[in-house]
Design a protein around this ligand. Structure first.
Ligand code: HPA
Ligand code: ZN
Length: 326
């Protein structure tokens, strides 16, 4: 029987998690008070009541507005500390954290304060409960390419923490092809490459992410299901998808969790993983995404174990670390 406890106990890696998307309303107000920042919401309850989204953009508007409270290295450390504790309690043993440096440097926050704050919490979690993690620098695809180039230049000085690059923010109208040069430079420097594609954007964006960015994993990728040839290619090339079921429902990328393509992709031989995206906004951390899928789609124990195992195999953890977790 697939109990909540059994799903939480499965050792798993979180491969699709925006650290800024772990900012819970309570912490947002604490940091606002501490930093003298005024949020445009009167209370925790009023902010939480806004978590009712029509699409990706309506979420992003709130996501960027709320992160104004994150100013110092200590703020990023506290945000990450709280996330890592919750994730660990839901079976996450390794976490690859997306972060959006352009959204912080544009507000006057130093790039290194973001990396060092998150890094402080990662070090603490490793010491205290043996959890491992690293950072993936995401480029904001709705910002100019020159801004992404600047973020990469800063990131290349921090490969002590940063293991890869990603692509996020508003997808439609901002195809992966725009970032071919930035990704080429990142890969030449030895960074891994992943990209959001096929969340709201068409299957063609998934193809571009593979062909032009040489993405090793596709974040979301759910619209691939509309293109059988692409599904066959993902399976054939063993490209993992980092799927985020609760996010897809909240942002109305899928009308209902019962229609979610996760199990159809799995049945077609695609390597799928279950992740939380922006858990403070979408109603659940890693384990809760598993329990929601079980309730809506009737996940079997075999599927749950396979998805958790795939998350570890598809991670960028060291060979030794993967072996220890498998
Ligand atoms: N999609 C695109 N960009 C994002 C997301 C997402 O789900 N979360 C944070 N930035
Ligand atoms: Zn995402």
């Amino acid at each position: 029987p697939l109990t909540d406890d059994a799903l939480l106990a499965l050792p798993k890696a979180e491969l699709h998690l925006h650290i800024e998307g772990t900012l819970e309303p309570g912490l947002a107000f604490e940091l606002a008070a501490h930093n003298g920042v005024t949020l445009p919401y009167a209370s925790v309850e009023e902010l939480a009541a806004r978590y009712d989204f029509d699409d990706l953009q309506s979420f992003l508007d709130l996501y960027y507005a709320t992160m104004a409270v994150l100013l110092t290295r200590a703020d990023f450390a506290e945000l990450t500390r709280r996330y890592l504790r919750r994730a660990h309690a839901q079976g996450v043993r390794h976490a690859e954290l997306f972060f959006d440096p352009q959204a912080h440097t544009a507000r006057g926050v130093a790039f290194d304060d973001v990396v060092d704050g998150i890094g402080d919490a990662l070090d603490e979690a490793e010491r205290e409960f043996g959890m491992t993690g690293s950072l993936i620098l995401c480029f904001l695809r709705d910002q100019p390419v020159a801004s992404a180039e600047e973020a990469l230049t800063a990131g290349l000085k921090r490969t002590d923490r940063i293991v890869g690059v990603g692509l996020d923010s508003a997808e439609v109208g901002y195809p992966p092809s725009l970032f071919e040069g930035v990704y080429a430079r990142a890969r030449a420097a030895g960074l891994h490459a992943v990209a959001h594609a096929g969340e709201e954007g068409p299957p063609e964006y998934v193809r571009e992410a593979l062909d032009l960015l040489h993405a090793e994993r596709i974040d979301h990728g759910i619209r691939s299901i509309e293109d059988p040839e692409l599904v066959a290619r993902l399976a054939q090339e063993r490209i993992p998808l980092t799927v985020c079921p609760l996010s897809n429902v909240r942002l109305q990328a899928t009308p209902d969790l019962r229609d979610h393509p996760l199990l159809r992709l799995d049945a077609a031989g695609v390597r799928v993983t279950v992740n939380s995206d922006d858990p403070a906004y979408f109603g659940g951390y890693a384990g809760q995404n598993f329990t929601a899928v079980r309730d809506a789609l009737g996940l079997t124990e075999d599927q749950a174990r396979r998805f958790a195992r795939t998350s570890i195999e598809a991670s960028f953890a060291s060979t030794e670390r993967k072996a220890a977790l498998l």
